[in-house]
Write a protein that binds this ligand. Structure first.
Ligand code: NDP
Length: 254
């Protein structure tokens, strides 16, 4: 028997190959969870799985594209086949995209962002909920963004997609509350994942600008988002469902 906030819970983490998802895999493992990791980059997943098992955790990996329903289904099926159940899921996989004014944005950028950020969450929710219902419940956390709560400039498809994540979170929370499934969302502010560090490097002054808009004056570390997700997935907040938790250094409050 493991100990911790998530002791012995079987938890699926999507987008586990880097950034917030990789940090979540480590935090959830540290808190006693058995983790099932999924993303498209197999080498990253395998390396992380090995690292967690070397540290004494139980972890399995399944390569998949969450915008493809069958891949989301395979990830959930693997958790149930290997560990007998799915207690929780952190639906974190998502993409950003370069900043472009709305009227200049290519249609295929819109389609790709919607496919991964919205259909991906849709695919995951459907399979996760179907696996949780026979067991009498579970907890799901979707990764939205502060861009799901307010507009950010020159990122219309991303803003729309992250608002939609909150819509799906609320709808699912309402629909399955009586069946013991809690569904919440985190809304991270700027977080120092690889994608953001690269974006800061390509756009001089952007990090300083972002920090100046954040009352705490800095970006989050991926682990800070993961810690909030761990709490929402835990049994410490049984009466909490349909909420969106900004983890943003005060950005949306400003
Ligand atoms: P990363 O790029 O480091 O991580 C994104 C993860 O999603 C990767 O593991 C990637 O893995 C995976 N992914 C992307 N597309 C797919 C797909 N089609 N199917 C399966 N997995 C996919 O960025 P972050 O950690 O920053 O992003 C994680 C989440 O946090 C995203 O939803 C993002 O929108 C959100 N977020 C990030 C913020 C930030 O400032 N960094 C702020 C607010 C929200 P792979 O390429 O191997 O498939």
């Amino acid at each position: 028997m493991s100990r911790g906030l998530l002791a012995n819970k079987v938890i699926l983490v999507t987008g586990a190959s880097s950034g917030i998802g990789a940090a979540a895999a480590k935090v959830f493992s540290r808190e006693g969870a058995v983790v099932v990791l999924t993303a498209r980059r197999e080498d990253r997943l395998v390396a992380l799985g090995d690292e967690l098992r070397d540290a004494g955790a139980e972890a399995s990996c399944v390569v998949g594209d969450m915008s493809v329903a069958a891949d989301a289904g395979r990830a959930v099926d693997l958790a149930v086949a290997e560990y007998g159940r799915l207690d929780g899921a952190f639906n974190n996989a998502g993409i950003g995209g370069d900043r472009t004014p709305l009227h200049l944005m290519a249609d295929d950028v819109y389609d790709t962002i919607m496919d991964v950020n919205v259909r991906g969450i849709w695919n995951c929710l459907r399979h996760e909920i179907a696996a949780m219902l026979p067991r009498g419940g579970g907890a799901i956390v979707n990764n939205s963004s502060v861009a799901g709560l307010v507009a950010i400039p020159a990122a219309a498809p991303y803003v729309a997609s992250k608002h939609a994540v909150i819509g799906l979170t609320r709808a699912a929370a309402d629909e399955y509350a009586k069946q013991g499934i809690r569904v919440n969302a985190v809304a991270p502010g700027t977080t120092r994942s690889e994608i953001t560090v690269d974006w800061f490097a390509r756009n001089p002054g952007m990090e300083q600008l972002t920090n100046s808009l954040t009352p705490q004056g800095r970006a989050a570390e991926p682990q800070e988002i993961a810690e909030a997700a761990a709490w929402l997935l835990s049994d410490r907040c049984p009466f909490l469902t349909g909420t969106v938790l900004p983890v943003d250094g005060g950005f949306v409050n400003h």
